[in-house]
Design a protein around this ligand. Structure first.
Ligand code: FMN
Ligand code: SF4
Length: 680
């Protein structure tokens, strides 16, 4: 099958032979240092090259000029010093058989002036982009000339670095801000007719071709339908695509549908979990049919079957599986080896993308090695020493990852779980229909553990005696936590927790106040369930906006539902106490800002305040272990084995990971496990 697999067929783009049809589209992971793609950046892309990808589009929006201040760690394509960094990246990826290109852009209004060199942000017209909030100046004639030159100079640098080509970003950025009637209000030769709106683009293409010659690959990642009443229509979008092809100056079209000026709009271009799979694939296929030109596309094509369909049905020439590679950089190699079932699934959590908009770097919710290739392995090596007996207690994300990695190391692993099924809090979260893909985090690990011969014992509430009976060398306590409603001063016994709602143990009341003092998913998921049940709901939070931990794209489905259902959101407020009044409850709400309190009469109060560690077993075992549970943090960070021995009478090494230590998130739990157990 693999020899005839449509996904694995080579593709020739101009003169460039791509070894298969799988690519990663441009995405800025924010791993840059001072705008340069240093070691972390390079190793991230090299891992995908090792994993068999045909084409990795580096950067996301590498900026061609200083007055396009980096919005999320963008590479500085306007600096000569980028050439050797990219050269090394390209050489190493080429060494592993992958082609390398880069996306170049001027962000126009899609950034902010209060960064980098504090230059004013510009756009075709002074129309503010809500997502980045800058009020742009209208680009002057000399700005346009300067930026055209900057594009050409950047393209020349990319060619000098030995890259296989470039892609110009034209959705939501300066180039297509000229195309769109929503952002181009000009009355000069750059506004009005389509010819005028395309003038800047053709100036850029002419200048780039003059700089890099006809052979170098130049493509566009372009919006061909803004799906927006005030934006670019499908007809105009297709016409732009045709005109670009007709210039003979571009070599591929990477098709986008939608606009990105708000998070809500962006979530249609880059759908997250609970949203449709491959929503724009047919449209991309229509662009391919209309232009008869090489077409690339990515938008939630996260599984191999859909990717294969996209190629087999002739909708695309190259299929983008971008987040899928953040979750597993070895997709193509696994497909080629007949190991499709071993691919770590992208569960659409979009923790990766939401982090970069919050100023962090892209990290995968359940692959802690991504972006940490210098220190964390994607492929776990077998241990050199003798196999050890490892007992893991708790089959949530932390425990499952610990068991998987210990199994890969070649150790004999027993995994205890009190519940009848694995997954812990992930299983609870996946009960919500919109987030059910999260169960892939548990299912993939269980399948890996089965392959590795891990003995999984469900329905077993392991006590110290059960653990000791196995005479282990290493014990890892990953027992998680339990919800903690104790922050309510008076009336803690009257409230239910978000877990009660999520698990179905408590039915939503008719009139509910939900106090979220965590700011993450559990409270919002409970709120979602309550609102969907038709209850009247008020969310009270001490934060400045609701659920600050979840990020912009994950905010969208919650915000949409809360608005549709008329959920009241009260910020800057705290639940002070709850008391009974007949068959109703009175919630007293105060704030950190003023002494006044307000009372709300409801029939259910739900509290979300993270978890308290379930650490009884850990403390029962502590004095019996030779390290008394102590972790040498320096060794952990440096990737050295743990060597603490503070108790000469101890019989085993003991560790505690995940929420059994403190309430955190899935990524933290999995990272705890991977970095500890990879050195066991
Ligand atoms: C962390 C991250 C950063 C991104 N940055 C860019 C970018 O700078 N330019 C761009 O064209 N697309 C960017 N994207 C969008 C991706 O190229 C891709 O279109 C999107 O992730 C949908 O494809 P997927 O479902 O295969 O992930 C980014 C995506 C992620 C996850
Ligand atoms: S964080 Fe979620 S969406 Fe992003 S790569 Fe990982 S699994 Fe996929």
């Amino acid at each position: 099958m693999t020899a005839r697999d449509p996904l694995l067929q080579p593709y020739t783009l101009k003169h460039l032979r791509l070894r298969n049809r799988i690519m990663s589209t441009a995405h800025e992971p924010s791993y840059s240092e001072d705008g340069m793609p240093t070691d972390r950046y390079r190793l991230y892309h090299v891992e995908k090259a090792k994993g068999g990808i045909a084409l990795t589009m580096t950067a996301g929006s590498a900026i061609v000029a200083e007055d396009s201040p980096p919005a999320f760690g963008n590479l500085h394509a306007y600096k000569d010093e980028i050439v050797p960094w990219l050269g090394r990246l390209a050489d190493e990826c080429h060494g592993h058989g992958a082609a390398v290109m880069i996306q170049l852009t001027h962000l126009g209004r899609r950034t902010n002036w209060n960064k980098a060199d504090w230059l004013p942000v510009l756009a075709p017209s002074p129309v503010r982009e809500p997502a980045h909030r800058a009020f742009p100046k209208e680009a002057e004639d000399w700005d346009i000339v300067r930026i055209v030159k900057a594009y050409a100079a950047a393209a020349e640098r990319m060619k000098a670095a030995g890259l296989d080509g470039i892609e110009l970003e034209a959705y939501g950025h300066l180039m297509d801000q000229f195309w769109s009637p929503a952002t181009n209000k000009r009355e000069d030769e750059y506004g009005g007719s389509l010819d005028n709106r395309l003038r800047f683009t053709f100036m850029v293409l002419d200048a780039i071709r003059a700089a890099v010659g006809p052979r170098f690959i130049v493509g566009l990642r372009l919006v061909a339908d803004e799906d927006w009443d005030k934006g670019l229509s499908r007809e105009e979008g297709l016409e732009i695509a045709r005109r670009l092809v007709a210039t003979g100056q571009v070599d591929f079209l990477n098709v986008i549908r939608g606009h990105i000026e708000t998070d809500a709009a962006l979530s249609k271009v880059i759908p997250i979990q609970g949203m449709r799979s491959a929503p724009h694939l047919d449209f991309a296929g229509e662009v391919r049919a209309a232009t008869k030109f090489p077409v690339f596309h990515a938008a939630r094509i996260s599984d191999v079957a859909t990717a294969r369909h996209a190629i087999a049905e002739g909708k695309l020439d190259m299929v983008g599986m971008t987040r899928a590679h953040i979750a597993d950089p070895h997709i193509a190699a696994k497909v080629a080896a007949g190991r499709e079932h071993d691919i770590r699934p992208c569960v659409g959590a979009t923790y990766c993308l939401d982090r970069i908009y919050e100023g962090g770097e892209a990290l995968c919710i359940h692959n802690a090695a991504t972006g940490r290739e210098a220190t964390m392995p994607h492929v776990i090596a077998r241990a050199d020493g003798p196999a050890r007996k490892v007992v893991v207690v708790g089959a949530g994300p932390a425990g499952l990852e610990a068991a998987r990695v210990a199994g890969e190391r070649g150790h004999a692993v027993v995994l205890f779980e009190a519940a009848s099924e694995p997954g812990g809090q992930v299983r609870l979260a996946a009960r919500g229909p919109r987030r059910r893909e999260l169960i892939g985090i548990a299912d993939w690990r269980v399948a890996q553990c089965e392959r590795l011969g891990v003995a999984m014992r469900f329905n077993t509430l392991a006590e110290a005696a059960d653990v000791l009976a196995l005479d282990p060398d290493v014990v890892i306590v990953a027992t998680g936590g339990l919800p903690d409603p104790s922050l309510v001063g008076e009336g803690a016994d009257l409230v239910v927790t978000s877990w009660d709602i999520l698990s179905g143990d408590a039915k939503p009341g008719a009139d509910v106040l939900l106090f979220d003092d965590n700011g993450a998913h559990p409270g919002m998921q409970a709120a979602e369930l309550i609102a969907e049940a038709g209850s009247r709901l008020e969310i009270v939070t001490p934060e400045r906006f609701f659920a600050p931990e979840i990020g912009g794209l994950n905010h969208v489905p919650y915000a949409r539902l809360f608005q549709e259902r008329g959920v009241r959101i009260t910020i800057n407020s705290r639940l002070a106490s709850v008391r009974r009044d007949g068959n109703r409850l009175v919630a007293v709400v105060g704030s950190d800002y003023a002494p006044a309190t307000h009372e709300r009469e409801v029939d259910q109060v739900v509290v979300e305040h993270g978890t308290m560690p379930l650490d009884g077993l850990y403390f029962d075992l502590k004095e019996l272990s030779f390290n008394r549970g102590e972790v040498d943090h320096r060794a952990l960070i440096a990737g050295r084995p743990q060597a603490v021995r503070t108790n000469p009478d101890g019989r085993f090494q003991l560790f505690r990971i995940g929420d059994a230590v403190a309430s955190r998130n899935v990524h933290a739990a999995i990272y705890d496990a991977l970095r500890l157990v990879k050195d066991l």
